[in-house]
Design a binder for this molecule. Structure first.
Ligand SMILES: NC(=O)c1ccc[n+]([C@@H]2O[C@H](COP(=O)([O-])OP(=O)(O)OC[C@H]3O[C@@H](n4cnc5c(N)ncnc54)[C@H](O)[C@@H]3O)[C@@H](O)[C@H]2O)c1
Length: 253
C-alpha cells in the first residue's frame, strides 16, 4: 500500500480539526488523498486550517458549528454524505479541558457539566449520526481522541478525567456493538501533547504529567497524526473497541 495515497477517494470528517491534534490529523489525511470536512466552533482557526490545506494542493472544507448542537450536526453530516454518497472516516478531536489545578471540593457543577457536554455528548452525537452513513457501505473507521487522564485519572481536573473515562466507555461498548459491521471504533489516549489547549494549564499540573512520562518529554501533534492515520486506514482492520496508547511509555496497558 502506498502510504501517500492511503485515503485516495475517501471522505473524512475531522471534528475539532481547526487546530492542534485535529489540525495535524486533517492535514495528514488530506495529504494522503482524503477529501476532508473539518467541523469546528473556532471560526478563525477553521478558516486558517482549511486555507492552509488547500494552499498545499489538497482538499479541505470547513463547517463552523458547535458539535453539541444536534440539529446543526445532523444537517452538516447529510451535506458531507451528499458529496459522494460516502463517509469513510470520522476522527473526533473535540475537547475542552475545564478547570485544572482544582480540587473536586471547589469544582463548580456548571463547569463539570460543560466539560461532560463538550467532551462526551459531542462524541455520542457524532458516532450516533455517522454510523448509519458508514453502514450504507459496510465500511467505516471512527477514532475518538480520549486521554491518558481517562485511563489513569489525573488529579485536580475531575471534569476532564471523568469525561475522558466516559468517552473510553463509549468507544469500548460501541466498538463491540458494531464489531461485525465493517466499521471500527477506536480511541487514542495521549499523554501531554504540545498544543494551544494546554497553554493555560497550571505549570505544576503540566510538570506533574511530564514527570510521569518515562521519555521525559511532551508529545507532538505530528506523532499523534501518524498513529491516528494508521488507526483510520484500511490497514487497521482487526482492531476495534480499543484505546491506543500515545504516552512516551507512561501507560503500559
Ligand atoms: N493536547 C494534549 O495534551 C492532549 C492530551 C490528551 C488528549 N487530548 C485531547 O485531544 C483532543 C484535541 O486536543 P488539542 O490539544 O488539539 O486541543 P485544541 O483546543 O487545540 O483542539 C480542540 C478543538 O476542538 C474544538 N472545539 C471545542 N469545543 C467545540 C465544540 N463545542 N464544537 C466544535 N468544536 C469544538 C476547538 O475549537 C479546537 O479547535 C481533545 O479532545 C483533547 O482532550 C489532548
Amino acid at each position: 500500500m502506498n502510504i501517500d495515497h492511503r485515503f485516495k477517494g475517501q471522505i473524512a470528517i475531522v471534528a475539532g480539526g481547526a487546530r492542534g491534534i485535529g489540525g495535524a490529523i486533517a492535514s495528514r489525511l488530506a495529504a494522503e488523498g482524503a477529501r476532508v470536512a473539518i467541523l469546528d466552533i473556532n471560526q478563525e482557526a477553521l478558516r486558517r486550517q482549511v486555507e492552509e490545506i488547500n494552499r498545499q494542493g489538497n482538499q479541505a472544507f470547513g463547517f463552523d458549528l458547535d458539535l453539541t448542537d444536534q440539529e446543526a450536526l445532523v444537517e452538516c453530516l447529510q451535506t458531507v454524505f451528499n458529496w459522494h454518497q460516502r463517509i469513510d472516516v470520522l476522527v473526533n478531536c473535540v475537547g475542552i479541558i475545564g478547570p485544572t489545578g482544582m480540587s473536586i471540593v471547589d469544582y463548580p457543577l456548571d463547569q463539570f457539566e460543560l466539560v461532560m457536554k463538550v467532551n462526551v455528548n459531542s462524541a455520542f452525537l457524532l458516532t450516533k449520526y455517522t454510523i448509519p452513513y458508514m453502514q450504507s457501505r459496510m465500511y467505516g473507521r471512527i477514532l475518538h481522541v480520549a486521554s491518558i487522564g481517562g485511563k489513569d485519572g489525573n488529579p485536580n481536573m475531575v471534569g476532564y478525567a471523568a469525561s475522558k473515562s466516559g468517552l473510553i466507555g463509549l468507544i469500548k461498548g460501541v466498538g463491540k456493538e458494531f464489531a461485525q459491521s465493517g466499521i471500527t471504533i477506536n480511541g487514542l489516549a495521549p499523554a501531554v501533547i504540545v498544543t494551544e489547549m494546554n497553554k493555560d494549564t497550571a505549570p505544576e499540573v503540566l510538570n506533574y504529567m511530564k514527570d510521569k512520562i518515562p521519555m521525559k518529554r511532551l508529545g507532538t501533534v505530528e506523532e499523534a497524526a501518524a498513529i491516528s492515520c494508521w488507526i483510520v486506514s484500511q490497514e487497521a482492520s482487526f482492531n476495534t473497541g480499543f484505546v491506543f496508547d500515545l504516552s512516551g511509555g507512561r501507560a503500559v496497558y
